[in-house]
Design a protein around this ligand. Structure first.
Ligand code: HEM
Length: 946
């Protein structure tokens, strides 16, 4: 079997060499270069594959050998090998057309070497992330390390900690004290609280389970200084409010304004005048619809808050000290005035699950903690189950309204003046917080925004579109097989006419959740990470590297994965190679293809999931990298679809579309106009000095505090500190990325030394030095065990600088600040490489662990119409996009189809759009261009003149 793995990886490598070798006789200059690369490829082949690391210190850091870099990206790529940043950024074909060589015999061969090399690097990263970064907080960690009953930890599939407790109403039904297995009604669809997704681990991913970690428990909560390593790393310099979070926000997060009167701290001008302007750094290839999409997603995945609040006790949030000549010094009233921060802001503390000292255990001569020093609940289901729409507990589900005329549908009501149905507004009897007054009645109503209103209404319509289509089909063929089966009576065909309202509602929910997952995987993410390797990689997660064109091979590989590895007792096979193989057939639908599939057989229903030995939940570190508030602009460039879409008729302050005002705005202007406006506008770059002004000054009347205000940028830092997220440099080491040795490492070496961008980055370096400071280092202090220096020596306080020299306090940089400061990024990356690596492991696991995306993606659960709808992006079969965008023949994207189906007024505008998250007026140009250039009929759009 292992031979087969080598065959798969070897195939990729052999293709690289084979294609390269065909070009071997080149003579003139670029061709000489090409020949040198081909030679490097051949030599690289003889050295064989890099082994998967045995321990954390040896792991792959996204850095390959000089030969590999030369083979995949030529001399230019070799030049950037010495930076801390991953290598694949510099390979051929991983950028826009300028990343393809000039004067080579074949650019496609070099592109292939670069892109497939990048995919190999990503797969290595994923394998090692799965191997080294899973830390469950629910009590299973000891078994993961030490194994159980002769089975190694990484191969475990069930955990006693994930059994339903006696207090659960389904306790007896799943087996009580005996072996627990969910069955019958509990496994037919997604449950309210997320129990029984994994039928042998009923509690996994359900509401209220602890957040996991991706960082070793010992290295979390660095300000507690519980180990000598963390003591050495931070030298007593950090705690909850040091360095001061509001000062960091004001000095490093504030958006500079060319004319602050026109911005008016994010409030714009009276009557939504289009003359208002709030400057922000914009991403040319990603729109505001994409910003709100990810807010919509996070409300599905996780929440530290409960019903719109944290734990009751209030705490200070800074604006008290700053570093002066390296010493924390109280702010004077003048300083406060100049910075614009607020010392009397207060905020409620985060909810805590456990803070008693964790137990310890010993295994293989090493002592471990059984969990992190503090743990926190995820108050949402961790599944990608559209719980923000459908509910996640008894309270939230009461806000989900059904149509009394057809109980399979969501309640939508007409609103005069704007077409189509809209969600009803919260009414007196609904469970609600005062701040939600006037909002749409939805399961997850918190931090309500115009974008959330947009997506909640859109997907409620999509839910109903599915129900309508099913009803039409049932009317046409009432006795035909719907595809559904009841696991308690598996042989009985459920005819279309026999599908109950409840069953149809549940099937529609499954379809909507799967569509959302598909949009996120193959539409949002490839635009977030707009380059060829990621286009291929994300489509591989969904359809497999083999795509949809070769179903037989795809199925054969899927069988090899689930049968050969999914049930293996060998931890190496189980964890490492499963991931590699899954990239062949794709994760989605894994284990669902058996011709003898039987819904009463748990091995069929659950057989496609893989948790890699550690139960699934999001880690705290995942929440950190989704603190994406800079994506949001201060003002929305509002357009009217019935007039000229190229005209910005108003500038609406985002703060005036917050909470109940979002609902008013949605109902007065309608989905189509908001869709057009959010679709055309560019979102904010994830960078320092790019936080919305309105979020730094937001008023939250639920606080009984002197200001009732809070700075959300500062709060993002405080929450991470409360949750014990390691600071940036250790965070990177934990994920197998190179750490930095000074603030200067943030400067992008690709930029010309005299360029304006480089000067700006140098300026940011001095601001970081001012805020976080420096210290005289002590080389005798080892600061980490997650990585070693290249020569094998431990990393110490001097980070490679001479003992006793003044070094930057780079170890203290908050993780959010660090990833915002990362200017060296792969082409088209709207996020940084640090965020990306967190995403590689968790986005894959979110699919791998969910049976409804793997072995239960079947008509027995979804209906046949449902399976076809998800596969084809709607009811009428797969539609193909015109032409070959970026060289790919591809189906019309799933969100574009959802929009055209449910907001038909947008269809003319969407004709030109390939990816609904690319600004709609932009000309995509050739091969992953990031140019901000209008398509011909958008030439008069003033957004292109800015
Ligand atoms: C109008 C736009 C938005 C507003 C008003 C807003 C406001 C807030 C507020 C008040 C919090 C709670 C802070 C706390 O007490 O811990 C929060 C948390 C958060 N926000 Fe936003 N936000 C907005 C947009 C976004 C967007 C676009 C994202 C992108 C992913 C995002 C991601 C998050 C995350 C990850 C948290 C932490 C949630 C948790 O700890 O469970 N927000 N936001």
């Amino acid at each position: 079997m292992k031979g087969f793995v080598w065959f798969l990886l070897g195939g990729l490598l052999a293709m690289q060499i084979g294609l390269a070798a065909a070009l071997g006789q080149a003579t003139p200059s670029p061709k000489k270069q090409e020949a040198a690369e081909v030679k490097a490829c051949a030599e690289m082949a003889f050295t064989g594959f890099r082994p998967i690391a045995d321990n954390r210190a040896q792991r792959f850091q996204g850095k390959v050998t000089e030969l590999s870099v030369l083979c995949r990206g030529g001399q230019n790529a070799v030049k950037f090998r010495m930076t801390p940043w991953i290598d694949f950024t510099n390979y051929w074909g991983t950028g826009d057309s300028s990343s393809l060589p000039k004067g080579y015999l074949s650019t496609s061969a070099s592109q292939f070497r670069g892109v497939s090399g990048a995919l190999l690097d990503l797969e290595y990263q994923r394998i090692e992330l799965i191997k080294f970064n899973l830390f469950d907080n629910a009590g299973t960690y000891q078994d993961y390390v030490a194994g159980r009953n002769g089975l190694s930890g990484a191969a475990l599939k069930t955990w006693p900690q994930l059994r339903l407790p006696q207090s659960d109403p389904n306790y007896i039904f799943v087996g009580g004290d005996g072996e627990q297995i969910c069955k019958g009604q509990l496994i037919r669809a997604r449950t309210l609280t997320g129990i029984c997704n994994d039928i042998r681990n009923p509690l996994m991913g359900s509401t209220g389970m602890p957040f996991a970690r991706n960082a070793e428990f010992e290295t979390t909560f660095p300000d507690l200084e519980q180990t000598q390593l963390t003591k050495n790393r931070h030298g007593g310099r950090i705690n909850l409010l040091t360095p001061d979070p509001q000062v960091i926000s004001r000095k490093l997060f504030t958006r500079a304004q060319s004319n602050s009167d026109l911005c008016n701290r994010g409030f714009g001008l009276p009557n939504n005048s289009p003359d208002a302007n709030c400057d922000y750094q914009k991403a040319p290839f990603f729109n505001v619809l994409a910003a709100y999409w990810i807010q919509f997603m996070t409300h599905d995945w996780f929440s530290h808050m409960e019903e719109g609040h944290n734990a009751g006790e209030m705490m200070e949030v800074g604006c008290t000290t700053q570093k002066v000549n390296g010493v924390e010094t109280p702010l004077t009233p003048d300083d406060i005035q100049r910075l614009g921060c607020r010392p009397s802001d207060r905020v409620d503390k985060t909810y805590l699950l456990q803070d008693s000292p964790p137990d310890q255990f010993t295994s293989g001569g090493r002592t471990y903690l059984t969990r992190a020093p503090k743990t926190f609940f995820n108050n949402n289901t961790a599944w990608w189950d559209a719980s923000q729409l459908y509910g996640f507990d008894d309270t939230s589900v009461k806000r989900v309204k059904r149509d009394p005329k057809d109980a399979a549908k969501m309640l939508l009501e007409p609103v005069s003046g704007v077409g189509g149905g809209y969600l009803p507004v919260l009414s007196a009897g609904d469970p609600a917080q005062p701040q939600w007054a006037g909002q749409e009645s939805v399961a997850f109503p918190d931090n309500w925004s115009i974008g959330l209103s947009f997506y909640h209404n859109l997907f409620a319509r999509e839910h109903n579109s599915f129900v309508d289509e099913f009803r039409k089909q049932a009317a046409r063929k009432p006795t035909a097989d719907s595809g559904l089966r009841n696991p308690s009576d598996p042989k009985k065909v459920v005819r279309n006419q026999d599908v109950s309202d409840e069953e149809l509602f549940d099937a529609a929910r499954l379809v909507v959740a799967a569509e959302i997952a598909k949009i996120h995987t193959i539409e949002w993410t490839p635009q977030l990470l707009y380059n060829e390797p990621l286009y291929k990689g994300m489509n591989a997660n969904w359809n497999g590297l083999l795509g949809t064109g070769d179903p037989d091979t795809s199925k054969a590989l899927a069988d090899v994965v689930t049968r050969g590895f999914g049930h293996s007792k060998n931890a190496t096979k189980e964890s490492q190679w499963y991931s590699v193989f899954a990239s062949g057939p794709g994760i989605f639908g894994m284990g669902s293809k058996s011709p003898h599939y039987d819904v009463s057989n748990p091995n069929d229903v659950n057989g496609g999931v893989n948790h890699f030995g550690s139960p699934f939940n999001f880690p705290e570190e995942f929440v950190t990298v989704y603190r994406l508030h800079p994506l949001v602009p201060d003002l929305i460039e509002y357009r009217d679809v019935s007039k000229d879409p190229n005209q910005i008729v108003q500038k609406v302050a985002v703060i005036e579309t917050f909470e109940g005002k979002a609902t008013d705005e949605m109902r007065s202007r309608g989905l189509a106009n908001w869709g057009l406006s959010l679709g055309r506008q560019r979102l904010g770059l994830l960078a320092l000095h790019n936080h919305p002004q309105f979020l730094q000054n937001i008023r939250l009347p639920r606080f009984d505090t002197p200001t009732q205000q809070v700075d959300i940028g500062a709060l993002d830092l405080i929450r991470d500190r409360e949750h014990g997220v390691p600071r940036f440099n250790e965070f990177r080491r934990q994920y197998g990325l190179r750490s930095l040795t000074s603030y200067d490492d943030f400067v992008d070496q690709h930029l010309a030394t005299d360029s304006a961008a480089r000067k700006e980055q140098a300026e940011i370096v001095s601001q970081l030095r001012e805020v976080y400071g420096t210290h005289v280092c002590d080389a005798s202090k080892v600061i980490t065990d997650a990585q070693v220096n290249e020569d094998g020596s431990p990393i110490n306080d001097c980070l490679g600088h001479p003992n006793g020299s003044v070094v930057d306090n780079i170890e203290d940089v908050d993780t959010v600040v660090g990833w915002l400061a990362e200017s060296t990024r792969p082409h088209g990356f709207a996020i940084s490489e640090t965020q990306f690596v967190v995403f590689i492991v968790n986005a894959s696991r979110r699919l791998f662990s969910d049976r409804f995306f793997t072995s239960s993606f079947r008509p027995e659960f979804y209906t046949q119409l449902g399976v076809d709808w998800v596969n084809n992006n709607g009811p009428v079969g797969l539609m193909m996009e015109a032409g070959t965008p970026n060289g790919h023949k591809q189906p019309v994207s799933p969100l574009k189809r959802v929009l055209m189906r449910n907001v038909p007024e947008l269809t003319p505008e969407l004709q030109h759009v390939v990816n609904a998250f690319d600004p709609w007026g932009r000309d995509r140009g050739q091969y992953y261009s990031l140019e901000w250039k209008p398509r011909p009929d958008a030439a008069t759009d003033p957004a292109f003149k800015q």
